[in-house]
Design a protein around this ligand. Structure first.
Ligand SMILES: [Zn+2]
Ligand SMILES: [Zn+2]
Length: 744
């Protein structure tokens, strides 16, 4: 009997078996989407396997497979196999894993249309009419006045009518006349509304490569040309031109007839970055971004699947792009924690990129100014080949000087804010005087991170989480929980002793912004954090910075990532200790990466840069290494520590979390499972815990966890499979996180 095993996009571990009807027997194959019954619902599933075999259950219990949605598989064989492997590795439900690879439109029942069929049913609002103006080679008459200016602006390539109307008075009338005279052609097309493709791309001329860039490009292209399965770590200092290396490799890969994926951290995926790829590769790229609507995502997915477009650029989830004949995956800023998904399927896109590229016999490049210890260990084991870009790409640009300000000895400056020390204020004064720009980094948004009772010492806490509330002042004053977004008016009396002596302790970005405005009345002060810039808005703030509409920018982690702002000559790290004190074995690594990355924002143009790092631990080896830009020394120091403590990359970890509303039940289930697990532990697996998580309660749910550690991946996996099969009280949710990054 012909049976199909089908994964449906629901969080269930197993695939379901269906009977294949005789009329479908010839067409039914792997990767096809099919309509199938799940309970009483009809859902769209994906065929994982078709086999002629004896069913394990009586035939009458097997449901027949419904309609086949298409004749060509939605998921190519290679991608389907990769997803199955990924689901096994992370012990994640196969249905959930498939969701990662299929855009929402493709997963819904009622989506009547086949992949290779007619035009997509796109939602009306994302389509819009745009009018393009293109220059024509010759005209009969000589244009005059404004027409000349408009033609000059078109010399570089086509433009959108609305952009011309913004730049030139009466543009539409002038352009219409130019069309009549044969200078330009005006076309009206329907395009997807998409920030990444809003403007036509102007082809650029590749800059001359430095010797190191040339060597890196040669290594990559020769691997691509000889179809050698290989993986590289591209270690380039900040502003060394890593993107240029990816661009060359991707271009060569496409010329060779293969496809490529470029993964960048979510926050770095900006229209500016996409613009660079379009300038070099033309519009034959797809952008995969969480901010895209369903219809746009579907469009991108479809053009990749049909092979109309061969390059996918995107954040984490672009790993699953259905790129045809995949040959290359680049992971930029490979150390970035946003490559780890922290909900649903908890996968690490960097690790999986290496794997997918390996499976297709392709090339994988991981790039960073501050390589992760994981990647460094892979270099030591000969799995990654290291390519180094030791200098900044522009001749004039040298690495900035870094100065330490000891927060224990330096008192606050004129505003009375402890984090605006006198040396820092002096440095800012010089920047303002020289009309240059500065970035101040503080990884705490809001006005003040704690509201403390001066009488009894209580700190105001979120009613639903074990987290202190942050005071926000902008717009209306309120206290906010940064974990669950609970908010309330700022209390005037202490909830426990009713005293009115409430003090706002410490400073967040809002407070620093306010202090800077007061301190430098002539300077333009801006702020960049999640409160002012959700999603695409951050790009608008950075654009204002580029146009010099902001002189001093204060912000959270958002200011540290990959931005190229040539006039920034000063970077201030207000509180370097915050990152160092995280309860996490990776705290040192993360703090170091943060310091080097934020310092890398300074002095990218012609003027030398300067970095001021404020800390209470100036003798910390992490800060000392950052001070000398000595990535290698840091890696050696940290590697020794990890080896000693047997932490990754010298062992494998898995975190088993328990969550529920009833604290006693959560604790007792965690204890019971931990005890059972310990009984069956093989020699090489260690269990620590159970214990309450560092954040013991989030959204009213209590959180316990234990940690498993082993040098042997297989042993760890067997242990986890046993845990997964153990019955747990239904009121407690068990989450298994393989290779965890977030230990909170
Ligand atoms: Zn009190
Ligand atoms: Zn909360």
């Amino acid at each position: 009997m012909l049976l199909a095993s089908v994964a449906v996009p629901v969080p269930l571990g197993q695939a379901f078996t269906y009977r294949v009807l005789p009329e479908h027997a010839n067409q039914c194959r792997r990767g096809l989407r099919v309509v199938c019954e799940l309970g009483r619902r009809k859902v769209i599933g994906v065929v994982l396997q078709v086999a002629d075999r004896e069913p394990e259950v009586p035939v009458e219990k097997l449901k027949p497979l419904g309609r086949l949605v298409e004749s060509e598989p939605a998921l190519p064989e290679e991608l389907l196999d990769f997803l199955i492997e990924l689901s096994r590795y992370y012990l994640a439900p196969i249905g959930e894993v498939l969701r990662l690879a299929l855009p929402a439109v493709e997963r819904t029942e009622g989506h009547q249309e086949s992949l290779l069929g007619t035009k997509a049913r796109l939602v009306g609002k994302v389509l819009k009419q745009v009018t393009r103006v293109e220059p024509c080679p010759s005209g009969v008459k000589t244009p005059k006045g404004q027409a000349v200016e408009i033609l000059a602006s078109l010399a570089l390539g086509p433009a959108l009518m609305r952009d011309l109307e913004q730049q030139f008075k009466n543009a539409r009338a002038v352009v219409t006349r130019l069309q009549a005279q044969g200078f330009v052609s005006i076309t009206s097309t329907t395009e997807l509304k998409n920030a990444f493709f809003d403007r036509p791309a102007t082809p650029d001329t590749p800059p001359a490569l430095t010797t190191a860039q040339r060597e890196a490009v040669d290594a990559l292209t020769s691997a691509l040309e000889s179809s050698t399965r290989s993986a590289f770590l591209l270690h380039g200092v900040t502003a060394s031109g890593k993107t240029e290396v990816y661009l060359h490799a991707v271009k060569r890969c496409v010329e060779l007839g293969r496809g490529a994926i470029v993964l960048v951290p979510e926050i770095a995926l900006t229209p500016q970055l996409v613009g660079r790829f379009r300038a070099r590769l033309g519009d034959a790229i797809a952008v995969v971004h969480s901010a895209l609507g369903d219809a746009e995502r579907h469009q991108m997915w479809k053009s990749l699947r049909l092979g109309q477009v061969r390059v996918a650029v995107g954040a984490r989830s672009a790993l699953f792009a259905p790129v045809d004949n995949l040959g290359l995956i680049c992971v930029d800023e490979e150390h970035d924690s946003s490559f780890k998904q922290e909900e649903g399927v908890r996968y690490q896109a960097r690790d999986m990129a290496l794997w997918r590229a390996h499976r297709v016999g392709g090339v994988c490049v991981l790039g960073s100014a501050t390589p992760s210890l994981t990647s460094e260990a892979l270099v030591d084991r000969g799995i990654l080949t290291k390519l180094v870009l030791p200098t900044r790409a522009r001749q004039a640009a040298v690495l900035p000087t870094i100065e330490i300000v000891d927060l224990r000895r330096n008192k606050e400056g004129p505003t009375g804010d402890r984090l605006l020390t006198l040396p820092l204020v002096r440095a800012l004064e010089q920047v303002v005087e020289a009309r240059e720009q500065a970035i101040l980094f503080l990884n705490r948004r809001g006005f003040s991170p704690a509201l403390l009772c001066g009488s009894c010492g209580e700190i105001a806490r979120c009613p639903d989480c074990s987290i202190s509330l942050t005071v926000h002042r902008t717009r209306r004053p309120r206290v906010v929980c940064h974990t669950c977004d609970y908010h309330a008016p700022v209390p005037t009396r202490c909830p426990s002793c009713k005293s009115g002596e409430l003090e706002e302790e410490g400073a967040g970005t809002e407070r620093i912004e306010a202090a800077l405005i007061q301190l430098f009345p002539t300077a333009k002060v801006g702020r960049l954090d999640r409160d002012v810039a959700a999603g695409a808005k951050s790009e608008a703030i950075l654009e204002r910075m580029r146009r010099r509409e902001i002189d001093l920018l204060v912000g959270t982690q958002m200011v540290t990532k990959g931005h190229d702002l040539p006039d920034v000559t000063l970077v201030g790290v207000l509180d370097a200790d915050a990152a160092l004190s995280m309860p996490d074995y990776r705290a040192a690594e993360r703090a170091f990466q943060l310091l080097v990355q934020v310092a890398g924002r300074a002095g990218r143009g012609d003027k030398p840069g300067r970095v001021v790092v404020q800390t209470r631990q100036p003798e910390s080896p992490i800060i000392r290494c950052a001070l000398r830009h000595d990535v290698q020394a840091f890696l050696e120091h940290e590697t020794a520590q990890r080896r000693e403590l047997e932490y990754p990359p010298y062992s494998r970890l898995a975190l088993v979390r328990f969550e529920g509303l009833d604290e006693n039940l959560v604790a007792s289930e965690a204890t019971r499972i931990a005890r059972l697990t310990k009984l069956g532990l093989g020699g090489s697996v260690q269990l620590s815990g159970p214990a309450p998580a560092p954040i013991a309660r989030i959204r009213s749910r209590f959180r316990y966890r234990f940690l498993l550690k082993s040098a042997e991946r297989q042993r760890l996996r067997e242990t986890l499979l046993k845990i997964q099969r153990t019955e747990v009280d239904r009121r407690v949710r068990v989450i298994i996180d393989v290779d965890p990054m977030n230990m909170l």
